[in-house]
Design a protein around this ligand. Structure first.
Ligand code: ADP
Ligand code: AMP
Length: 217
């Protein structure tokens, strides 16, 4: 049975950090819509050019573009056994599309761990986040610093602050989350799939809670 897990939660709560760990443990692909968009921007694809302004402003990319991109990604063979989805769906329309895409292959979203944290914690995490230019590996100035200042531990490339992690954009992203994405909490609760997890704990403790929820611990 395929295992599609949706990590839900506000920007900065640790979805990408946890998805990387859990995907590796479960041998499933980690699909981050934000990473896919950033890859397209880096490569200056047509899609990348279309989404850049939305992303830099901290707004959501329109549903049609987002859904088409994720649909294509999910159609690849490595997703046959499932995937860890991080940052998608982000609107009710995207959630319906995801059910439709998985339904065509007799699969569905299994579990929706909802990571949550106070806005103050989110702002501190986003404003201290460092991302590597080459592979998108993620660090934090205070909570998870790289071994060598300014360099990625994994590939040695330069670390930078994401454009949308600058203070003025962070507040807009948190607002966009509240308005457009938080309705998914009730959507998945009603389907009996939501499991709430305290995202304020240290990384290892969040991982442990997630593993218990998924049933791999
Ligand atoms: P998201 O994908 O939800 O936006 P990230 O996984 O990129 O969030 O994490 C945001 C920032 O917070 C990163 O700098 C990351 O290193 C840091 N971080 C993630 N989880 C924790 C945690 N449990 N405790 C402290 N810092 C964390
Ligand atoms: P993230 O890496 O998840 O923080 O996403 C960064 C940015 O990418 C968001 O602020 C949006 O502009 C865009 N994005 C990522 N995922 C989605 C999505 N599912 N729907 C719309 N926009 C998205």
């Amino acid at each position: 049975m395929a295992s599609f897990i949706v990590l839900l939660g506000p920007p900065g709560v640790g979805k990408g950090t946890q998805a990387t760990i859990i995907a590796k443990k479960m041998g499933l692909p980690h699909i981050s819509s934000g990473d896919l968009f950033r890859e397209n921007m880096k490569n200056q694809t047509d899609l990348g050019k279309q989404v850049q302004a939305f992303m830099d402003r901290g707004e959501l990319v329109p549903d049609d573009l987002t859904i088409a991109m994720v649909r294509e990604r999910l159609s690849r063979p490595d997703c046959a056994k499932g995937a860890i989805l991080d940052g998608f769906p982000r609107t009710p329309e995207q959630a319906r599309a995801l059910s439709g895409i998985l339904g065509t292959r007799s699969a569905d979203v299994g579990l929706v761990p909802f990571l949550n944290a106070d806005p103050d914690v989110l702002v501190e995490r986003l404003s201290g986040r460092l991302t590597c230019r080459a592979g998108g590996h993620v660090y934090h100035r205070k909570f998870n610093p790289p071994a060598v200042n300014g360099k990625c531990d994994v590939d040695g490339s330069d670390l930078m602050q994401r454009e949308d992690d600058k203070a003025e954009t962070v507040s807009r992203r948190l607002r966009v989350y509240m308005e457009q994405t938080s309705p998914l909490i009730n959507h998945y609760k009603a389907e009996g799939k939501l499991v709430e997890i305290n995202g304020e704990l240290p990384v290892e403790q969040v991982t442990a809670a997630l593993e218990r929820a998924i049933g791999i611990r």
